[in-house]
Design a protein around this ligand. Structure first.
Ligand SMILES: Nc1ncnc2c1ncn2[C@@H]1O[C@H](COP(=O)(O)OP(=O)(O)OP(=O)(O)O)[C@@H](O)[C@H]1O
Ligand SMILES: [K+]
Ligand SMILES: [Mg+2]
Length: 678
């Protein structure tokens, strides 16, 4: 595992002074009413702090007790602010290193006449053409429209191994700030200035436009409702108390309220969400929203396309197999003619192989090239004299030949099966209504993919490969890669339909793809992960981009999403369980003195009512900073189904959440009564 500049920045920031200092300053800045109202639970604590201060000033309570309570409440608010500020400061550390990748670049813009002008990268607009040569930095996000180049993307991805990007393929996308190592390319700019993926990511991690996830919003509402309920309960206490002759003072009531409301989770909630985004970036994934990351935690089905996603996608022609009775040179020449104007890697590699075998023929005058499309799944050339040469998938060519009145030789199926049985893609070549044979295209499965699909299975995620390739090749690659299921001969709309069908059955679907033909599916999926190497259409359609172009990266995102959901869940459980114990610590302090019958409630035997109240409040405040590391790092995670994870964690954090305050409060009480005589 390599570390990205972003990841290094996080690690540095974690131990470093500047982030800590910034977070401390921000904790005070966040005291402003505008920020405070965004978090109802903590807003109540903040209001309570002002109330106890007023009550103490007015002399309604013992000054020492009143000021101590006020101080502890104030610290509680600051600790919660600090949790959020620290998460943000870490994000800013990441953003700063991303920004360095996008320093002031100069672009060589090419106008319609082909003339070149030098302009600052900030002036580039979508549609502009820029030339980038060996050694130069790519000035903006875009798509290569001419040429191919090896590119060093280390500035953005942290991966120093050069990657190949090529016009007209599913690997045509380039990122601003990365460097061309060899060759020369023409790039069409695709991003508005200030709206590149990096810019958007920087904005996200800096929290300037952080959108809460639906889960976070739902929990926020629940916490606000609970807070309001407890507020009503505590406000009615003086009335009830009046009947039994107790009049709890303002300070005691505020203390009770703060102990009852879910301050722990209320204080840590924003930090958990921000930390999730930070972790996604650390994994080299640019998520367009935190929601996408979190939804990933619940995904049931993962669809992947084959070429370029499960395999490297650099399909190369390795052999011509002519059918019996067909001249080997006839097949080779037909394949060559059908590929001379085919800009795809498949087409180019066929030309190369034919040339290697010393075929020299060139396209005759008046040849009309028919480009490949994922729709027709074939390509070819129409030559003068109504000679129609095609190459494509078995089913596409079979149908094509039959409409021309030809037959499919039995031998063809055997030839196709032979190539497919090795995991290669067989392209069938036809000349008029005659099938000539098969071109074998070899591709390589990405390394280490099998173990990661196995891990996904353990987490209850089903993996399905969807490919435009034939069923035999699909079956071979599916078995090699270890996916659970596969669908072959799929056109773009089939990919879309499959996702819709899964969603209609209530499943959450993730899609990983790189091609323009994957774009509709990437947009429809609940989680659409585009390969950074992919086309601009794919990257725009998805809701996240993997800078490493690793399809198994979804595993990391699912884990981050699950971890975020679990972390929020267990801290909520812990927080609520905690409050139960605090209630038992503080209630006797309020009632037991005046009502001896209440003495039975005094299970904790704390040294005095004042000490009981202070101990509970101090525990309530301290638990927030103590849990910040857990909120930022996330709870420990091992692959398992969601229900199992939930059950285990609920047990630990629920029972622990009830027990811990009893111990903590008792210890604080002993310390207080030893140090002071409260
Ligand atoms: N340049 C080409 N000319 C003719 N046929 C091609 C060409 N490129 C690919 N094909 C054939 O068309 C099929 C469908 O291609 P498409 O790009 O839609 O899907 P794919 O790349 O095979 O699969 P995936 O959807 O997993 O990327 C390929 O499997 C191949 O058999
Ligand atoms: K509380
Ligand atoms: Mg593809």
């Amino acid at each position: 595992m390599h570390t990205t500049p972003a990841a290094q920045a996080v690690d540095a920031a974690a131990g470093a002074g500047p982030a800590l200092k910034a977070a401390i300053v921000d904790s005070f800045v966040k005291l402003t009413p505008r920020h405070a109202v965004g978090n109802p639970v903590m807003a109540v604590v903040w209001a309570g702090t002002l109330l106890t201060a007023t009550a103490t000033l007015a002399g309604w309570t013992d000054a020492g007790f009143g000021w101590t309570v006020t101080l502890v409440l104030f610290a509680t608010v600051l600790f919660a602010n600090f949790a959020e500020a620290l998460a943000e400061a870490r994000g800013r550390g990441q953003a700063a290193s991303l920004r360095r990748a996008r320093k002031d670049l100069v672009a060589r813009r090419i106008d319609e006449t082909g003339a070149e002008t030098r302009v600052p990268a900030a002036e580039l607009r979508p549609g502009d053409l820029v030339a980038v040569a060996e050694g130069q930095l790519i000035p903006a996000d875009g798509e290569i429209i001419e040429g191919l180049a090896t590119i060093n993307e280390a500035a953005v991805t942290g991966e120093s191994a050069p990657v190949l990007r090529e016009a007209g393929t599913d690997r045509s996308g380039v990122i601003g700030g990365t460097q061309v190592l060899s060759d020369h390319i023409l790039v069409r700019v695709t991003a508005e200035p200030g709206h590149s993926f990096l810019d958007r990511m920087i904005a996200l991690v800096e929290g300037s436009n952080r959108q809460k996830t639906p889960n976070e919003i739902a929990l926020g509402i629940l916490l606000a409702v609970m807070t309001f309920t407890f507020l009503v309960v505590v406000l009615t206490l003086p009335l009830i108390g009046g009947f039994v002759g107790i009049e709890p003072g303002v300070v005691l009531l505020v203390a009770l309220l703060v102990c009852l409301i879910p301050t722990t989770i209320g204080g840590l909630l924003p930090a958990i969400g921000i930390a999730g985004m930070n972790r996604a970036l650390k994994a080299n994934v640019l998520a367009k929203s935190g929601k996408a990351v979190e939804v990933a935690g619940d995904v049931n089905v993962l669809l992947l396309d084959k070429t370029g996603t499960i395999t490297h996608g650099d399909r190369q022609a390795t052999a011509f197999h002519a059918l019996a009775g067909v001249d080997a040179s006839h097949l080779r020449q037909a394949a060559l003619l059908a590929s001379l104007a085919d800009p795809t890697p498949e087409g180019k590699s066929i030309v190369r192989l034919a040339r290697d075998e010393h075929d020299t023929c060139s396209a005759p005058e008046g040849a009309h090239f028919v480009p490949f499309s994922a729709q027709t799944r074939m390509s070819g050339v129409d030559l003068p004299g109504a000679r129609i040469i095609r190459k494509g998938t078995l089913d596409a060519i079979a149908q094509h030949v039959q409409t021309l009145g030809g037959d499919i030789p039995v031998e063809l199926r055997t030839r196709v099966a032979q190539a497919a049985g090795k995991g290669a893609t067989p392209l069938v070549v036809s000349d008029g209504r005659y099938v000539l044979g098969v071109v074998e295209l070899s591709d390589v499965i990405k390394h280490g993919i099998q173990e990661r699909f196995a891990r996904l299975r353990v987490m209850g995620v089903k993996t399905v490969m969807i490919t435009g390739d034939n069923p035999l090749t699909a079956a071979y690659i599916a078995a090699e890669a270890g996916v659970d299921d596969y669908i072959a001969e799929a056109r773009p709309e089939d990919k879309l339909a499959i996702i819709r069908a899964e969603q209609a059955e209530g499943r959450l679907v993730a899609m990983v793809g790189d091609g323009t033909n994957d774009a509709p599916a990437l947009a429809q999926a609940d989680v659409g992960l585009a390969m950074n190497s992919g086309t601009q259409a794919a990257k725009e359609a998805g809701n996240m981009v993997d800078l490493d172009s690793d399809p198994a990266k979804l595993l990391a995102i699912i884990e981050i999403g699950k971890q975020q959901l679990i972390t929020r869940g267990v801290l909520t459980t812990f927080s609520l369980a905690n409050d139960v114990s605090k209630y038992f610590a503080i209630l006797p302090a309020i009632f037991a003195a005046a009502t001896p019958q209440m003495a039975g409630l005094n299970v904790m035997q704390l040294s005095s009512p004042a000490s009981a109240v202070l101990s509970a409040l101090i525990f309530n405040a301290l638990i927030i900073p103590l849990l910040i590391p857990l909120a930022l790092r996330g709870v420990r995670f091992k692959p398992a189904g969601a229900t199992e994870l939930l059950r285990n964690n609920m047990l630990i954090y629920g029972v622990g959440g009830v027990a811990l305050p009893f111990i903590g409060i008792k210890l604080i009480d002993i310390a207080l009564s030893t140090l002071f005589t409260v």
